[in-house]
Design a protein around this ligand. Structure first.
Ligand code: NAI
Ligand code: MG
Length: 336
């Protein structure tokens, strides 16, 4: 039995997480879900977006399965996502984007894994006004050799363990000579330790153009925090949208699995959110727990349902589309 902290989250969170949990339970994996609150839901209930009981649960279990959390775009509200990643030192954010049979997009052969540095860079949380009039603001990007070394090493290890051929580091060292320069320099040093894996480096803006025009050249991509945030939504767009991309936040002694997307307030409470991203996050979690058989079972059933295209949410089928709950049930039926 594995103990997992379950945070259903805000907006579309509860509806997609309920399906994911049902599916994982039906896969045969033995999970004991410990439900905990975070985000707006927790704020409204307890006056804090991250109650102590939730942190205690993650402290105990070291594995969390999390729905999206709403972060207000105003001062005074900190991002709980960023906070959890920093608190548990979840330094590697792994976001695979792969073409799906049955999902029509410009390309049908994309298979890119973004490995995003998750604890430093421009999201280090060092922001302030420089004047009392609040007309000059400053954000500090922090890049350390240690942080760069471990994320690039993670990317190369991931490539080796998953039979991947190439790691591309994306940077802006031509302009940000110190922070991005340190990241690139460290990446080159790490790459030298992996002669069996091809290494390439690209400037981030050019990367965006290449990724849209010729995405097949990318395999594993490693980059700093904000670039990874942006690039992973780009890769989501290439394979059919945000509803399809999972993310694993991995640290040395804790891991948190979630979708790349947010709480999608525009479609909340309509029973149309695509549960695929959180289900795939669940697959990554099952693999992390060494429940490989259950992981494969869930993935195969999900692939079958998406390929058939009948019981999928409207974002994947503009002619029809079924409810989040109907798609979830179809995946359980496909596992039987
Ligand atoms: P979003 O990812 O929630 O939505 C962007 C667009 O994608 C919307 O049109 C939405 O309807 C669509 N979409 C997202 N997930 C979908 C799904 N499963 N099925 C079908 N369509 C889907 O991004 P947005 O609107 O910028 O952010 C909303 C809130 O989520 C904000 O408060 C933001 O801070 C938070 N957020 C939380 C994240 C997390 O918890 N890890 C990650 C990203 C955003
Ligand atoms: Mg993002």
């Amino acid at each position: 039995m594995h103990n997992v902290t379950l945070i259903k989250g805000d907006g579309i969170g509860p509806s997609i997480m309920d399906q994911a949990v049902k599916i994982i339970d039906a896969s045969g994996a033995k999970i004991h879900w410990e439900e905990a609150d975070a985000g707006m839901a927790a704020f409204n209930k307890f006056g804090t977006p991250i109650p102590d009981a939730t942190l205690e649960s993650i402290d105990r279990n070291r594995v969390a399965f999390k729905g999206p959390l709403t972060t207000a775009v105003s001062e005074g509200f900190r991002s709980i996502n960023v906070e959890l990643r920093k608190k548990y030192d979840l330094y590697a954010n792994v976001r695979p984007a792969k073409s799906w049979a049955g999902v029509q997009t410009r390309y049908s052969d994309i298979d890119i894994v973004i490995v995003r540095e998750n604890t430093e860079g421009l999201y280090a949380g060092l922001e302030h006004y420089l004047t009392s009039k609040r007309d000059i603001a400053e954000s500090l990007a922090v890049v350390t050799r240690h942080g760069s070394e471990r994320i690039v090493d993670y990317a190369f290890k991931y490539a080796r363990d998953n039979n991947r051929k190439k790691v591309t580091v994306c940077h802006k060292a031509n302009i940000l000579k110190y922070t991005q320069g340190l990241f690139l320099e460290t990446a080159k040093e790490v790459a030298a330790r992996y002669p069996d894996i091809e290494f390439d480096s690209k400037i981030i803006d050019a990367t965006c153009m290449h990724m849209v025009m010729n995405p097949q050249q990318f395999d594993v991509v490693v980059t700093t925090n904000m670039f990874g945030d942006i690039l992973s939504d780009l890769t989501a767009g290439l394979v059919g949208g945000l509803g399809l991309i999972p993310g694993a936040n991995i640290g040395a002694d804790a891991a948190l699995f979630e979708a790349v997307h947010g709480s999608a307030p525009d479609i909340a409470d309509k029973n149309i959110a695509n549960p695929t991203a959180v289900i795939m996050a669940g697959v990554m979690m099952l693999d992390h727990l060494h429940e490989h058989e259950a992981a494969n079972k869930v993935k195969t059933a999900l692939e079958k349902v998406i390929a058939e295209g009948k019981y999928v949410t409207p974002d994947l089928n503009s002619n029809a589309g079924v409810g989040t709950d109907v798609m979830g049930q179809a995946i359980i039926d496909a596992m039987a």
